[in-house]
Design a protein around this ligand. Sequence first.
Ligand SMILES: [Zn+2]
Length: 80
Amino acid sequence: MATDDERGATDGGALVRFPLSRTTPAGSPGGFVDLGTGAMARRLGMRTAGTTGRWCSRCRGIWFGYALEVECPRCGNRHG
Ligand SMILES: [Zn+2]
């Protein structure tokens, strides 16, 4: 029988893990692929702060780029 303590620990783990997770498995239902950081943002030494998450329909994933970046770092798609 699951106790309240066990449920609380499980929920807490999920809440903590989500924003830190950069390793969402590809092809998981409802998930997305983390495509990494755009070339410009990398060159400028930016982390996720100051970058914007962008969707690539070709990779079916999200990458993080600087404000002016539009090119997917994985496949070069510029059309979202
Ligand atoms: Zn792409």
